[in-house]
Ligand binder design. Sequence first.
Ligand code: BTN
Length: 269
Amino acid sequence: MNVLSSDELRRGLQTRIVGRKIHVHDRVVSTNDVAWELADRGAEGGAAVFAEEQTGGRGRLGRNWWSPRGAGIWMSVLLRPPDLAGPEQEGTVPMTTIIGALAAADAIRAATRLPAMIRWPNDVLVGRRKVAGVLVEARQGETGRELVLGIGINVNARQSAMPEDIARSATSLSETAGQDIDRLELARTLLQELDRWYQVKLDRDSEAINRRWRELSATLGQRIELEEDGRRYEGTVIDVDVRFGLALRLDQGNIRHFRGEHVTVIRHH
Ligand code: BTN
C-alpha cells in the first residue's frame, strides 16, 4: 500500500489555488474538520488536507462516510472565494458541490480510464455503483465567505471488506478496474481538476459547468422519483443546471425544477 506524502503530491503539480499548501495526516476524525481548523488559524484559500484514515468521516444528510485506512482518497480543501453580491452568493454551495463532483469524475476518468458519471445531485458512479461523494460546508468568516469542499473516493477497498449497506450500492475503483489503482496519481490529478473547475467557477462560466455536467450526467433522460416537503414526484429528467437545478417532466406533463438541498431521491430507475 502506497502512503500519501505532501512532497510527492506537490511534485509537478501546476495549480493556481488548490493545493497551494498540502497537509497529509495519518488519522483524523474528518478532513473537513481539519480544514475548518486551518480556516480558524487564517490559512489561505486552496489549502488541502488529506488523511489515510478518518474515524468520523461525514457524508451528506448527516450520514457517516466509511473511510478505512489507505483504501481511499479522503480530502478537503479550504476555499475563500471573493465576495459575491446578491443571488450569486446563494449559488455558492450547490455550485461548489457540482464542481467537486465534476473534478472527481474527470480525475477518475483521466487517471484510471474508468467511465465515471454523476448521479444527481452529486454522487460519482461507475456503472450503477457509487465510487465517490462530495460534502461542502460553508460559513461567513470574519474576512468573508469560507467553504470547505470535501471529497471521498473509494479507491482500493475490497467489496468484501465493506459494511453490508455500503457494499449494496457502492464499489471501489479497484474492484471495477480489476486491479489496484495508484492513489498518488489520482490524488494529484484530483487537485489539478479541482483547481481547473474552481477557476471556471471564479470566472462565473456556469454554461461550461452545465455543459460538462450534462455530458457526465447519469440522471439525464432517466426516470426518477423524488420527495420534497413531504410530497412525491415522479417523472423524466430533462435537464440539469447549476442555477435552476434538476428539471423533471412530471407524468402529468408539466415541468418542475428541484434543488438538491431540499430533496430526497426515492429512486433512480
Ligand atoms: C456523500 O456522498 O455523502 C459525501 C461524502 C463526502 C466524504 C468526504 S471524505 C473527505 C471529507 N471529510 C469528511 O468527513 N467528508 C468528506
